[in-house]
Design a protein around this ligand. Structure first.
Ligand SMILES: NC(=O)c1ccc[n+]([C@@H]2O[C@H](COP(=O)([O-])OP(=O)(O)OC[C@H]3O[C@@H](n4cnc5c(N)ncnc54)[C@H](OP(=O)(O)O)[C@@H]3O)[C@@H](O)[C@H]2O)c1
Length: 274
């Protein structure tokens, strides 16, 4: 494919590369000839998947990293530079979701969402930024439609994704004259493990997804959109017609959108909304 040339020999860090969109993106970058750094907490899983990312073991590095731990993010960057000498692209993709009404929510759940989704992005970006500026590289924040138009029963998710978007938009302006590319990438519903791992009011994982994952966009298709956006050095991509429509409606008709969104989420299996 035409965009593959963009990634050849680039050094690309993907956080949350053990599953879903991050894993699909790591495989796509690997196929395009990039040197890929896979980061997540599940090191053994990543090591077992590394050969699917590149047939050349010299081109893949797996780093155990909990992005909510600042020291892990610093080490991720240090190990990347020690191995490959540069960073061209950082994809801040690691993320978790939640599902509960705020009034029922243990505040630790909200803190965890902010720690992983927001602070994880901030920490990785902070330590990678000097290297990205050297290469006039690219920075990605994977947000969500909920980072533009919030969802009920997703207070921690919606607010953390809004925060990531605000952070990325700020960095884009601060580095307007430095040649740094900053992409806010907003997938729509994509088949992955995110809803199984989503935290309930008490912080335990939901376990099951309330959606028919087979009907959603595949992680591979989503990664393909991400790659195209990077190759074109775009600054914002919002996926799916439903996602774009929701955001446009939210801006034009906010009260109607609240009611429609409520109805949509209330219809989900086992919705906390009545
Ligand atoms: N799927 C969707 O419908 C959808 C829609 C919009 C946006 N997104 C966003 O897309 C991104 C990827 O999600 P996904 O759908 O691919 O979900 P997923 O299959 O659950 O993958 C999430 C990834 O994040 C990693 N992760 C979770 N907590 C982490 C931590 N503390 N430190 C490091 N890595 C951590 C997980 O690995 P470990 O557990 O091994 O750490 C896993 O690799 C997320 O930011 C999500 O919010 C997804």
């Amino acid at each position: 494919m035409d965009y593959q040339r963009h990634f050849k020999d680039k050094v690309i860090i993907v956080t949350g590369a053990s599953s879903g969109i991050g894993l699909a993106a790591a495989k796509l970058f690997g196929r395009a000839g990039a040197r890929v750094v896979m980061a997540a907490r599940s090191l053994e899983k990543m090591l077992s998947l590394a050969s699917e990312v590149s047939s050349d073991p010299e081109k893949v590095l797996c780093v155990r990293c909990d992005v909510s731990v600042e020291a892990d993010c610093r080490r991720l960057v240090d190990e990347t530079v020690a191995r490959f000498g540069r960073i061209d692209i950082l994809v801040n993709n690691a993320g978790i979701s939640m599902r509960a009404l705020f009034r029922d929510l243990d505040l630790d759940v909200l803190r965890r969402l902010m720690d992983v989704n927001y602070w994880g992005t901030v920490y990785c970006t902070k330590y990678a930024l000097p290297y990205l500026l050297e290469t006039k590289g690219q920075l990605v924040g994977v947000v969500s439609i909920a980072g533009y138009s919030s969802l009920p029963a997703r207070s921690g998710y919606s607010s953390s994704k809004h925060a990531v978007r605000g952070f990325m938009d700020t960095l884009r302006m601060e580095h307007l004259r430095d040649g740094l590319g900053v992409l806010v990438f907003a997938p729509g519903y994509t088949a992955s493990n995110v809803r199984n791992a989503a935290l309930l009011a008490d912080g335990s994982p939901q376990g099951e997804t309330p959606l028919d994952e087979g009907k959603l966009m595949s992680a591979e298709k989503c990664a393909d959109h991400l790659a195209r956006a990077l190759a074109r050095r775009r600054s914002e991509v919002i996926l799916t017609p439903l996602g774009r429509l929701t955001i446009a409606f939210h801006r034009l008709f906010p009260r109607l959108t609240d009611r429609l969104t409520y109805r949509f989420i209330a219809k989900e299996k086992d919705s906390p909304l009545k």
